[in-house]
Design a protein around this ligand. Structure first.
Ligand SMILES: Cc1ncc(COP(=O)(O)O)c(C=O)c1O
Length: 397
């Protein structure tokens, strides 16, 4: 008799984005002439950059010629791409080897799937609020969860857990709060993980949005990071690969947890990936190589600057209105306190009805997100400008 994994029934219904869509649709039907500006979702909107596009096309063409055709690729991902990532880290004075890098089809699957190589009884610590995948994958895997509250008072980067936990998710720059952990804050987490033989899963999907030289882009900038952390990254947000799909994880040989020797975690992830995943698309990997080229990186930095200019426009306009605005400086998300202690959903409705702007209610990311909304800088400039103009003109705070 087949039975279901009943942990799925313990998941909260994926209420957030469907409820947002439902309310936005109802509004559009009631006001057919109104232009609705969507500043809620973290989906990229700008085209791929020229160098990347050119090489992606070449990648497709290679498959159409028997002399250059390739099928399945190298086990952990194209060795040229992994070697380019080694160089990418070297520029940050971080040494990793190709054997420690695993190419994937994005950071989201890796942040969820990585849990499968750890014991079922492991306790998972997550920021509250957080990118929902960490919590949902822990629930599906039947693991216990500890929440680390992110408040205005701690700059939305929590202190290390007071109790003993085993797996710690850190997302910096953070989705949804836009907060970025300082070196000292990451040092505290590395120290905690080392003392407790815990593992840090460091989600660096927004690392390229950091321009402040004092803020760490990688957990491996912290001494001891290689011994306790797995880093997961993506081409989605800085190269526009949200639809192309490409990411990578670094599982250091030096990483040790309770009862393991060096290299064991790396070999487990290799086993998991080679058993259940057959590699990222060879075309996407050619695109990834183009992103990492000198010209590609230059173009992608411009792409990031474009979105960060959006963030600046949103942040400065809302601040001028007297709202309390966080993030948006080394991160593409702007985290806004609701006025007069309004609930996240009430403020969502006010913004939609009075200004035709769709945002994301902070409560959808965890209990401590209540009383906040998230705005994303990934929209088109014209929409952002219209949105802030409408907010300035029509929001009755
Ligand atoms: C923190 C974080 N990690 C990972 C992802 C997903 O990355 P990918 O597109 O590489 O799966 C997102 C997407 O919004 C995210 O916000």
């Amino acid at each position: 008799m087949a039975t279901i994994n009943s942990n799925y029934d313990r998941l909260k219904a994926s209420y957030l984005f469907s409820e947002i869509a439902k309310r936005a649709k109802a509004f559009a039907e009631k006001h057919p002439g109104a232009k609705v500006m969507r500043l809620g979702i973290g989906n990229t909107t700008e085209a791929l950059t020229p160098t990347v596009l050119k090489d992606l096309i070449k990648g497709v063409e290679k498959l159409g010629d028997v002399k250059t055709y390739t099928g399945y690729g190298d086990e952990q991902g194209d060795i040229r791409l992994r070697s380019a990532l080694v160089e990418f880290y070297k520029k940050r004075r971080i040494t990793v080897t190709p054997q420690e890098i695993f190419i994937s089809d994005g950071a989201k699957p890796d942040t969820a799937n990585i849990q499968s190589i750890f014991g079922q009884n492991n306790i998972v610590a997550v920021f509250d609020p957080a990118y929902p995948v960490y919590v949902d994958s822990a629930i599906i895997g039947g693991k216990k969860i500890v929440y680390m509250p992110c408040r205005k008072e701690n700059g939305f980067i929590p202190d290390v857990p007071k109790r003993k936990v085993d797996i710690i998710y850190i997302c910096s720059p953070n989705n949804p709060t836009g907060a970025v952990a300082t070196k000292k804050q990451l040092e505290d987490f590395v120290d905690y993980a080392t003392r407790n033989k815990a593992v840090i899963i460091f989600d660096a999907a927004y690392a390229e949005y950091i321009t402040d030289k004092n803020l760490p882009k990688s957990i491996y900038e912290i001494p001891g990071g290689k011994e306790c952390a797995i880093e997961i990254n993506s081409f989605s947000k800085w190269a526009g690969f949200t639809g192309v799909r490409l990411g990578w994880s670094v599982v250091p040989m030096a990483l040790v947890i309770e009862g393991t020797e060096k290299g064991k975690i790396n070999s487990l992830w290799n086993r998991r990936q080679t058993t259940m995943f057959n590699g990222a698309s060879n075309i996407a990997q050619v695109g990834g190589l183009a992103v990492l080229s000198k010209e590609g990186q230059k173009e992608c930095r411009q792409l990031v600057s474009y979105y960060m200019e959006n963030a600046k426009i949103i942040k400065s306009s809302l601040t001028k209105l007297g709202l309390k605005v966080f993030g948006g400086e080394n991160a593409p998300y702007i985290w806004v306190k609701t006025p007069h202690n309004m609930s996240s959903w009430d403020f969502f409705d006010r913004l939609l009805n009075e200004t035709h702007v769709v945002v994301t209610p902070g409560s959808g990311f965890g209990p401590h997100g209540e009383g906040y909304i998230r705005l994303s800088a990934f929209g088109k400039r014209a929409d952002i400008e219209k949105a802030v103009e409408n907010i300035k003109k029509n929001l009755k705070i």
